[in-house]
Design a protein around this ligand. Structure first.
Ligand code: XIL
Length: 331
């Protein structure tokens, strides 16, 4: 039992799972596993802007509300993912023909309305997701950068904070979330300079490291160096989307015992690194999906993953894998 074991630690943290609203039916295998094993949820996609915002000022809360209510009713932490992400911009906002100032006002309105709607119900938000370019050194060239300029990340955080405060929520945690910062130090440097700006503006609480890793990479030393930089800055750390691929080169057609053990060791390593963080820097370690056969990894076009993979803690029958044992051994 991940949840039980984590709760018994001297410095516990949330153990999170990415979920979909359709999985939350009372008595479903997902529901049973969530309640037994996990203490936090993130919506895999149903709380993103293109899902909630159907037109300017018009919101579809139904699905997101279901997720948040499930967490609140079952004493499971709800992490909000994600207010601003270049891959979830609704069509109406992509097509928005107003001025740049009017575009910024739409983003402000969205952030304000969503943070207000979930004030006191959602414990933390990824305010901006993936704002830094993979080639390092620069901001990702998104519609937000183009329309709002280089200070847009700070603006979004300020709007989120102001909305929470106005709604009486003084404990909302605001995160910046990004991927592939451990092995790519050019990207890492840019992310941390962005975090410095957000720290200086006193608008950020923590950083999410997605950790879509493989059984080979990043190395333990790379992960530790990355996370320790966040510790040095006094930021809370969310390992926010952990999965560990074993077949990124499509060199195996079935899940071999060798890869099974390699993956188990890598999960154990990640949990050990996370658990060793100072108490003040811990928040949650979230796994990006429950069953291998539902993982986003093989279907992701940007990753260009050529074949099948087995990146998670449960197999297609909801049975725990060696990776799950590795997670427990890391504690
Ligand atoms: C992915 C989900 O897993 C998919 O179901 C969805 O279709 C697209 O988004 N980085 C993120 C996550 O921050 O939101 C992404 O999740 C994976 C990469």
């Amino acid at each position: 039992f991940l949840k039980v074991k984590v709760n018994k630690l001297a410095n516990p943290f949330f153990v999170g799972m990415a979920i979909k609203a359709s999985q939350l039916t009372n008595g479903s295998p997902y529901d049973i596993i969530l309640k037994n094993e996990f203490s936090s949820i993130s919506a895999e996609y149903e709380m993103k802007m293109d899902q909630i915002s159907t037109a300017s000022g018009i919101y579809n809360w139904t699905v997101a509300d279901k997720i948040v209510a499930y967490g609140n009713a079952n004493n499971i932490n709800v992490h909000g993912h994600a207010l601003v992400w270049h891959n979830s911009v609704p069509q109406w906002l992509k097509d928005f023909s107003g001025t740049d100032a009017e575009f910024a006002a739409e983003v402000k309105k969205y952030i304000t309305d969503v943070v207000t709607h979930y004030a006191g119900k959602v414990k933390s938000w990824d305010v901006v997701n993936e704002a830094v370019d993979d080639n390092g050194g620069t901001m990702r060239n998104t519609i937000f950068l183009q329309r709002m300029g280089p200070n847009y990340v700070k603006d979004c955080f300020q709007w989120a904070r102001a909305a929470a405060t106005a709604a009486g929520d003084t404990s909302l945690l605001l995160f910046y979330n990004d991927y592939a910062t451990s092995a790519n130090t050019a990207k890492q440097d840019k992310v941390f300079s962005l975090l410095d700006d957000l720290k200086a503006a006193k608008v950020i609480d923590g950083v999410g490291f997605q950790m879509h890793n493989t059984y080979l990479s990043p190395t333990k030393a790379q992960i530790e160096a990355d996370l320790n930089k966040a510790v040095a800055k006094g930021l809370k750390i969310h390992v926010s989307e952990l999965d560990i691929q074993v077949n990124q080169f499509n060199d195996i057609s079935t899940f071999t015992n060798e890869r099974r053990l390699a993956q188990k060791a890598k999960y154990k390593e990640m949990v050990k690194i996370y658990n060793a963080l100072p108490a003040a820097n811990k928040y949650a370690l979230t796994i990006w999906g429950m069953r291998d056969n539902e993982s986003w990894i093989p279907y992701n076009t940007e990753l260009n993953h050529p074949g099948n993979d087995w990146p998670l803690l449960y197999d297609a029958n909801f049975a725990v894998k060696s990776s799950h044992t590795g997670f427990l051994e890391g504690l």
